[in-house]
Design a protein around this ligand. Structure first.
Ligand code: PEP
Length: 229
């Protein structure tokens, strides 16, 4: 299983360091087949070593240059960061990243050999239209994305389940993952209100290769509880 923690705009450099120290002590008992990925905010990136991989929540598709407010390859290389989240719904919806831009970013970081956690998901209105509409929407988010990239991990995150405390139902996750897996031969994570109370049920679903966790990953005890559930 893959356990990924997206801190979003939470935690500082100091609290991330403390978090990773505590996490590492626990991870010595981790199953070797399990992987743990941590995405702290850009200001907390550093050269961490442990039984986890630290990745970037976002970066611009250039080595360096006149891109005010962004970080690029040079800033990631400083800390040996080789993993990135691309296409998160908050980047799409709050920061207006369109599919074309996302596909360009994907191509850039693929060319750099990064591991890419590529996020897709539908809004509630689309889910309410039924499965066909959901799949059409999700497949449109694969436009311009090389699904055969060997360092690709996909995360299915229904937007209506993100940060709401309301996870998708087992059947919704199962049928969506099954449909996605017909197009995809890469690990597929589920994200959306995953927490200690539902982790076992979610990781038991066929086609779920791991989870991407926001809110419930912010506390190291809660995140570790999920890894060792
Ligand atoms: C996310 O945004 O990636 C996420 C899954 O958030 P949460 O766990 O808080 O729903």
């Amino acid at each position: 299983m893959i356990f990924a923690a997206n801190f979003k705009m939470n935690h500082t450099r100091e609290s991330t360091k403390n978090y990773l120290n505590v996490l590492q002590q626990k991870l010595t008992a981790k199953k070797s087949a399990d992987r743990v990925l941590i995405f702290p905010p850009a200001t907390a990136l550093d050269s961490y070593h442990g039984d986890f991989t630290v990745g970037a929540q976002n970066a611009y598709m250039a080595r360096n240059g006149a891109y005010t407010g962004e970080i690029g390859l040079e800033q990631l290389e400083e800390f040996g960061i080789r993993t990135i989240l691309i296409g998160h719904s908050e980047r799409r919806d709050i920061f207006g990243e369109r599919q074309e831009h996302i596909a360009e970013k994907f191509a850039y970081f693929k060319a750099q050999g990064f591991e890419i956690i590529y996020c897709i998901g539908e809004a509630l209105e689309i889910r309410e239209e039924g499965n066909e509409a959901v799949m059409a929407h999700l497949f449109a988010q694969f436009e311009g994305i090389d699904l055969s990239y060997e360092k690709l991990i996909v995360a299915y995150e229904p937007i209506w389940a993100i940060g709401t405390g309301r996870s998708a139902k087992t059947e919704e996750i199962a049928s969506t993952h099954q449909a996605l897996k017909q197009k995809l031969d890469r690990p597929l994570l589920y994200g959306g209100s995953v927490k200690p109370a539902n982790i076992k049920e979610i990781t038991a679903i066929e086609g779920v290769d791991g989870v991407l966790v926001g809110s419930a990953s912010l506390d190291v005890e809660s995140f570790s509880e999920m890894i060792f559930a």
